[in-house]
Design a protein around this ligand. Structure first.
Ligand code: ATP
Length: 622
């Protein structure tokens, strides 16, 4: 519940100013989909569609949509489900996905100056509360906001204590005190909505775009939240755009401007809620009724069920005096004074690298300690096969001193590195795609860079990989009494280190596969067969000298080839082939480094490709 007190007290200090005031306008926006029929492997893996342009069937999502909102005003975008309200908000903030959407034409302006998607994304002054905000579900509400405050609040002069105080005020403002320590996955729909709003409000943006703030809220909470939004807009001189799905007459009290979209993303109205909307719908369109919610209900009807008047609303609006006066307000300006307060002066500054690392590691730790499923999964995958294999091969030397002994030990060596490497490879590919998904969202807000993300993810997962592979190999080593060396302890250390090194190399391959996978499922489904194929090239299953020429390179890419070679020499050569062992170790390190660099490059590319494409386009157009 939102306490009356938080609203009566007014807007907290940190939300009331300092940001520049921006008039936000857009003119004749037309948006189409890039529907692609052609199957492509990259598209399957990433859900992205780059090629096959010739086979595209484009669909119009927005047609000639224009509007303007000034500081202190609230604009509500309304219309039936699927008419393009969310698409409009995403295109305005720059959070649209250029791989599936194409902004065909139109201009988006701040203080009359035309902006690019990249500029809007970079600016700390545009805050977008998405319909389905991405959260790390195992964090508590308070931890989530602390993380956001530490990396997302732009003011460099703020101390960590100031940031904590802002989090406290935001929680109070949105009536979230009751669930401060609740894990996000356990929050109700309404609480998630308010948390999403709080996350963006923390950054004190001048322009706020909020997708369906009142859905999932009861009437009292919806009214209280609208009251808060109104205060943020009026007292904080913000330009607010909200999407409202089911407007009630109560809601219109909070709104200054109205933009109505109808089927296929066409604009049926833009203007003032009080003085223009009622006369337009009643007199110009001839709709039946006397209140705005009744008119909007009629406009939201599907084409087959809509009245003749409702169907003509788009045409009537285009010819109306309201459209003409809107056109005169949204013409781009080359005025120098408006340039001086342009978006480029509000680019967010990313915190320094060590701060990024510190808070990313903190978040991974806090989220990780509650992720019991993942911990149990790793334990089950480590202990059960280790105990089963340990029992099957128990005391191998004494049980089986025959000529089969060597064959059995070699089989056990390859089984150990294969199971350990696959467990570690899938451990990484089973978590990294989700982390990348959150990273791609957060990097748009300039919270942290690719390097800090990659290193912190690695530092968090690295100890787990070492623990899993060392525990697994140690259990089997001692159960099977593998060592025939006199120096048991040294042999044991070399053995376990080899299994760990092979496993972290396989994990780096898992990271590489995960870096371009669209989901955990596709990453794991690719990592397992890749490792299965590579184990065949370990020199255990095949006579590698007889390989066809075309496959000649594969053993050199296989961590199992080097790992098995080291274990084999440690077992039977009694230290006589140390030069070969050093070469194998060096190759494992090389593979580890190369695959990590490749994974980093792919993740960096995914985070920056649209910026680069936009920059190229600007250079070409110049
Ligand atoms: N990236 C995309 N690729 C293809 N089609 C899309 C894409 N994004 C949106 N659409 C389609 O565009 C239409 C408008 O979607 P949008 O989410 O903007 O509607 P909406 O008015 O916000 O609906 P709702 O009120 O139900 O949230 C829908 O038919 C949707 O399927």
């Amino acid at each position: 519940m939102i306490s009356d007190k938080s609203n009566d007290d007014g807007v907290p200090m940190n939300f009331t100013n300092k940001h520049p005031e921006f008039t936000f306008s857009w003119s004749r926006l037309c948006v189409q989909t890039r529907d692609d029929n052609k199957f492509s492997c990259a598209a399957y893996l990433r859900g992205l569609k780059f090629d096959g342009k010739s086979q595209q069937q484009r669909r119009e999502l927005l047609v000639d949509v224009s509007g303007i909102v000034q500081p202190g005003q609230i604009l509500a975008v309304m219309g039936a489900s699927g008419v393009g309200k969310t698409t409009l908000l995403k295109v305005l903030s720059g959070l649209d996905d250029p791989s599936t959407l194409e902004l065909v034409s139109g201009t988006i302006m701040v203080n009359g100056r035309v902006t690019t998607r990249n500029e809007r994304l970079k600016s700390s002054c545009i805050g977008h509360v998405e319909q389905n905000q991405v959260f790390i579900e195992t964090m508590t509400l308070h931890e989530h906001l602390i993380f956001q405050a530490m990396l997302r609040m732009q003011s460099l002069s703020m101390t960590d204590d100031d940031r904590r105080a802002c989090v406290f005020e935001t929680i109070k403002l949105l009536g979230l005190e009751k669930c401060t320590s609740t894990i996000i996955s356990k929050l109700s729909g309404g609480e998630r909505k308010r948390l999403a709003f709080a996350t963006v409000a923390l950054t004190d943006p001048s322009i706020m775009l909020i997708d369906e703030p009142t859905s999932n809220l009861d009437a009292y909470l919806a009214k209280s939240l609208m009251d808060t939004i109104r205060k943020l807009a009026v007292e904080g001189r913000r330009s607010m755009i909200i999407v409202l799905h089911q407007p009630t007459s109560e809601m219109f009290k909070f709104i200054d401007l109205l933009c109505v979209l109808v089927q296929n993303g066409k604009q049926a109205f833009f203007g003032s809620t009080n003085s223009e909307a009622l006369p337009f719908f009643a007199n110009d369109c001839g709709l039946i009724g006397s209140s705005l919610d009744v008119y909007i209900e009629q406009l939201a009807a599907p084409e087959t069920a809509a009245s003749k008047e409702a169907l003509q609303a788009v045409e009537r609006f285009a010819k109306s005096s309201y459209a003409l006066s809107l056109d005169s307000l949204i013409t781009p300006s080359n005025n120098i004074s408006s340039l001086s307060s342009s978006l480029t002066t509000t680019y967010g500054s990313t915190p320094n690298f060590f701060r990024q690392m510190k808070w990313l590691l903190w978040r991974s730790y806090m989220a990780g300690i509650r992720n019991r499923v993942h911990t149990y999964d790793a334990l089950v995958k480590t202990f059960i096969p280790a105990v089963v294999l340990g029992l099957l091969y128990f005391n191998l030397a004494h049980r089986n001193p025959s000529r089969l002994y060597k064959t059995n030990v070699n089989a056990l060596l390859i089984v150990i590195i294969y199971v350990s490497a696959t467990t570690c490879g899938t451990l990484i590919s089973g978590t990294v795609p989700n982390a990348i998904f959150v990273f791609l969202k957060e990097t748009q807000q300039h919270m942290y860079g690719t390097l800090a993300f990659y290193i912190s993810t690695y530092l968090h997962d690295f100890p787990k990989i070492i623990l899993v592979s060392a525990t697994f190999s140690s259990i089997i080593y001692w159960c099977a009494s593998i060592s025939i060396d006199h120096n048991y302890f040294l042999h044991f250390l070399a053995f376990v280190s080899t299994v760990v090194l092979t496993s972290i190399t396989s994990a780096s391959m898992g990271a590489f596969i995960a870096s371009f996978s669209g989901s955990v499922e596709s990453a794991v489904a690719t990592t397992v067969p890749v490792l299965q194929i590579l184990v065949v090239f370990s020199d255990y299953f095949l006579d590698l000298k007889r390989l066809p020429f075309i496959l000649y390179i594969l053993p050199y890419l296989s961590p199992f080839y080097y790992g098995y070679s080291i274990l084999n020499k440690l077992q039977w050569d009694n230290g006589s082939s140390s030069a070969v062992i050093y070469f194998d170790i060096a190759m494992l390190f090389l593979l580890f480094t190369v695959f990590n660099i490749l994974a980093f490059i792919v993740i960096w590319w995914r985070a920056h490709r649209f910026h680069i494409a936009e920059k190229w386009q600007t250079i070409i157009e110049k």
